[in-house]
Design a protein. Structure first.
Ligand code: HEC
Ligand code: HEC
Length: 221
């Protein structure tokens, strides 16, 4: 069994995240606390040659369609790279993106580990909210959910300041609103199918609620 096959197998298991961590090394945040040298200080070659073109040399992309990767949990980034890969036998990826599928397929496990540790260790330069009224509605949903529609508070999992709760819950605060909205739509329509929790939540959200929450999240610190 190739190492990547092994990693993918583990990823599908319930123990995936813990096992991945064992296999690929300490999570970036733990490593940063214990020994700061664990994440590469200078960008790995794959970053300068490929990823930086869209995600920035330091993980702070400038085009709102390209998510910021700086300061995101390493395990989360790793899970996404695996989700983008077309399944064995050609089955649709859990997270469909023609663009990212190609890049995710070409990375070796070592490169995935290195590139995610590097981006996780970078400092986020947060985006900003654009519309005050939208952001006010967004804040309500973020903090309290919408009880009548059975939509839970986002803060329950993603944290009050949107910092996320590694390993499970990604950082949201400061991400581009356009990207956040696109992901909620993708969860709703099933083209992103790598979180049962998020699919169920997004399925209950209207376009207007998605716009509001996305704008609030861009400005959230
Ligand atoms: C041509 C532009 C482009 C390049 C080059 C690129 N990406 Fe992406 N990346 C994107 C876009 C667009 C998305 C959002 C995909 C979607 O619609 O879900 C994305 C999403 C991601 C995500 C998911 C982030 C999240 O918050 O869920 C990760 C991780 C990622 N890219 C890593 C990489 C790495 C590592 C490389 C280099 C090997 C790379 N990307 C190269 C455009 C690019
Ligand atoms: C029960 C826990 C839970 C709640 C509540 C929750 N989320 Fe999530 N969310 C998750 C998990 C888990 C993921 C990561 C899925 C993965 O690993 O791919 C996620 C991922 C996301 C992403 C993708 C981030 C990225 O970088 O691509 C967005 C956007 C998001 N959530 C928005 C929201 C919003 C908005 C709310 C509130 C309406 C919310 N979430 C409530 C658990 C939750």
């Amino acid at each position: 069994m190739s190492r990547l096959k092994l990693i993918e197998g583990l990823f599908r298991d319930a123990v995936g995240v813990a096992a991945l961590t064992l296999l690929l090394g300490a999570p970036a945040h733990a490593a940063a606390a214990a020994e700061p040298a664990a994440a590469p200080k200078s960008p790995p070659a794959i970053v300068t040659q490929v990823c930086a073109g869209c995600h920035g040399l330091d993980g702070n992309s400038t085009a709102p369609a390209n998510p910021k990767l700086a300061g995101q949990s390493q395990q989360y980034l790793l899970r996404q790279l695996l989700s983008f890969r077309v399944k064995d036998g050609g089955g649709a990826a859990d997270r469909q993106s023609q663009l990212m599928a190609g890049f995710a397929m070409m990375l070796t496990p070592e490169m995935m580990s290195e590139v995610t540790a590097y981006y996780a260790s970078q400092k986020l330069q947060p985006a900003a909210a654009k519309n005050k009224d939208l952001a006010i509605l967004g804040q309500k949903i973020y903090r309290a959910g919408i009880a009548a529609k059975n939509i839970p508070a986002c803060s329950g999992c993603h944290g009050p300041s949107g910092a996320g709760i590694p390993v499970q819950y990604p950082r949201l605060g400061g991400q581009f609103g356009e990207y956040v909205a696109a992901q909620l739509v993708a969860f709703r329509q099933g083209t992103r199918n790598n979180s049962a929790q998020m699919s169920a939540i997004a399925a209950r959200m209207s376009d207007a609620e998605i716009s509001a929450i996305a704008d609030y999240i861009a400005g959230l610190r």
